[in-house]
Design a protein. Structure first.
Length: 60
């Protein structure tokens, strides 16, 4: 999920809701800052997100 918690076999509705909440949180917390991309869908694919998820070091 958006907080790095593994959900076993999530439904499409759970995935959709999680992504929607994550997009809203990104807009409020990060998108407005100079130097950040305006859309979470673009920011979410930074290599650090993949490495931190594998290492179990995601921010909650």
């Amino acid at each position: 999920d958006r907080r790095g918690v593994e959900i076993a076999d999530p439904s499409q509705e759970v995935i959709h809701d999680d992504r929607s909440h994550a997009r809203g949180e990104y807009l409020i917390q990060h998108a407005w800052r100079i130097g950040n991309v305006g859309l979470r869908d673009l920011a979410d694919h930074a290599p650090v997100n993949y490495v931190s998820a594998v290492l179990g070091e995601r921010e909650a």
